[in-house]
Design a protein around this ligand. Structure first.
Ligand SMILES: O=P(O)(O)OC[C@H]1O[C@H](O)[C@H](O)[C@@H](O)[C@@H]1O
Length: 538
């Protein structure tokens, strides 16, 4: 029989220490205790939260009944000519379905944005054939609530009974569960409340949208089931133990970054899922593991990784990878969840909370509640780009984007990182992702890229709670579209800007340098930005 997953350690500088960490984990039977749901594994402070967060270890069994229910709903919808699935959900409520459907090659429109243009494009699709899945564990996430309001109105405006086209996934008792009951939405799938968002790939959050879109979710559970005995075993061959020990020891030696490249796994977008799991689980109390997702095995950050990073191939090993993990998606989900929970124990943190996420949400809410009477003036304007630096790091005589970028990179400590955060349309503005390798190549810093506000529910926890060695480049842009949020005093563009400004304030409050570049014309702005990066030469 072929192994359900393979973890290859291509090179490890600290073999003996890794072996010690492995034997400590095994001596205390940590893997089997984790699989049995022992909440004491992360110390007394984490125990009460862990007690309501460990049901993910058995989802390959407990989620089985969902498969038939989802298939029945899909058949009903198809009979009614409804075959376009739009998913409104942030972070753990959309990252897994995006990978599952991308890998299966079935279409799913994911709404995890407040960009007015991107939402307008989703609305412009064929509403006659559309079902909206509204996924939110808490039932109170502002983006998801906005999408529900916007689509409900759009269905009604198009003469479609919105109730028949909205399917909800949420925790029992959440505000969204109450709204769904009151409105009489088509179906409500109660999620397992004892699984946190980023560990919920194999709950209703991962399975409902993916199954409705046509992915083979039964097979996904089979893949997880095949690996379950391996990750629960108190054995030195346990793939999750091997990974966790590598990361904990690397972290102790100053390699707190994990650079992920897909090397031909056949999985689409795994990095986007795993980065939330690792960053949000571990990035807190000034420590953690920073995932850096790169374009491929030849990308900057991977080929030229230094001593501050471990390179991981998802797929076969390549010359630059230190570790290679090969296996199907369902197995990868479970192995990385176990590895993260085990690494969290090694780092001495609670891998199930996200103490710094709320701060940015609160700052955005304050800005929406009390908008500034006069907008802030840019520090300088360079063609179609306005620059808004946080206080205290940009010399006053800097007047060009190229110089400002150079100063931002120079403000990072040695072995720090640069985080690029694009509050833009990740479909129409997809080419902004090019900025990451361009900057990484010149900055000689590990460089991450995230779409705002999506990353706020993912790596955003690490930026504020993890190692304090990041510098931050925010990109915001003018929009030609306006999308109102029904029964709310703001439109999406206003919300999007408040989210960028709110997170920027919180980062600056942590003493981190933040440069916001606002593109008054997105296309011309990108061209100018790339030119400035190339000219920068830092
Ligand atoms: O599912 P929801 O309650 O809407 O939450 C969606 C996401 O947003 C939060 O801010 C958390 O940081 C994430 O862990 C979570 O996955």
């Amino acid at each position: 029989m072929t192994e359900p997953i393979s973890v290859e350690i291509v090179r490890t500088p600290n073999r003996e220490q890794v072996a010690t960490v492995v034997s400590d984990l095994l001596r205390e039977s940590v893997p089997s205790r984790l699989s049995a749901g022992d909440p004491t594994l992360w110390g007394p402070d984490a125990e009460s939260e862990a007690a309501i967060r460990l049901s993910w270890t058995t989802l390959h069994e407990t989620s089985r009944p969902l498969v038939a229910r989802i298939a029945a709903l899909r058949a009903e919808l198809l009979d009614a000519g409804v075959d376009r699935v739009v998913l409104a959900g942030m972070g753990g409520s959309s990252l897994a379905p995006e990978v599952i459907t991308g890998t299966a090659g079935v279409p799913l429109v994911v709404l995890d944005t407040t960009d007015p243009g991107q939402v307008a494009d989703a609305l412009a699709g064929d509403l006659d054939r559309t079902v909206l899945v509204v996924s939110s564990k808490s039932g109170g996430t502002v983006e998801t609530d906005s999408h529900r309001r916007i689509f409900e109105k759009a269905f009604a405006d198009a003469g479609i009974d919105a109730r028949s086209r909205i399917v909800v996934v949420t925790d029992p008792g959440s505000p969204l569960a109450a709204q769904a009951e009151e409105a009489g939405y088509r179906a409500v799938f109660p999620a397992d409340p004892n699984v946190g968002g980023r560990y919920s790939a194999l709950t209703a959050f991962g399975l409902v949208p993916s199954g409705l879109a046509g992915a083979d979710i039964g097979r996904l559970l089979d893949e997880a089931a095949a690996v379950a005995p391996l990750v629960a075993a108190d054995s030195p061959d346990n793939p999750a133990v091997v990974l966790a020990a590598q990361f904990v020891v690397a972290h102790a030696h100053g390699a707190e970054k994990i650079v992920f490249a897909d090397t031909g796994s056949g999985i689409k977008g795994f990095g986007d899922w795993v980065e939330q799991l690792i960053a949000e689980s571990t990035g807190k109390h000034g420590t953690g593991l920073l995932p850096v997702v790169v374009e491929g095995p030849g990308a900057p950050g991977f080929v030229d990784a230094r001593s501050d990073a471990t390179t991981v191939a998802i797929g076969p090993a390549t010359g630059s990878s230190s570790i290679a993990v090969e296996g199907p998606l369902g197995a990868q989900f479970l192995v990385w969840e176990y590895a993260t929970a085990l690494a969290g124990r090694g780092l001495g943190i609670n891998p199930f909370d996200q103490p710094d996420v709320e701060a940015a949400k609160k700052a955005a809410r304050s800005l929406l509640d009390a908008p500034a009477s006069t907008p802030a003036a840019p520090a300088f304007v360079d063609g179609p780009i306005e620059a808004y630096p946080s206080e205290g790091w940009l010399p006053g005589d800097v007047k060009t984007v190229a110089e400002a970028l150079k100063a931002l990179v120079a403000a990072a400590p040695d072995h720090g990182y640069l985080s690029v955060q694009a509050y833009l349309d990740r479909i129409d503005d997809a080419s902004f992702a090019l900025v990451r390798p361009e900057l990484a190549r010149r900055a000689h810093l590990q460089t991450t890229f995230g779409w705002g506000p999506r990353f706020l529910h993912s790596t955003g926890q690490y930026h504020k709670g993890g190692h304090r060695n990041g510098v931050f480049l925010q990109l915001t842009g003018a929009s030609e579209s306006t999308v109102d949020v029904p029964d709310r005093p703001y439109d999406l563009g206003t919300l999007q800007l408040a989210q960028a400004l709110g997170d920027g304030q919180v980062l600056a409050g942590h003493g981190r340098p933040v440069l916001r570049l606002h593109l008054t014309d997105r296309v011309a702005g990108l061209a100018q930005l790339v030119e400035a990066i190339q000219e920068d030469g830092s």
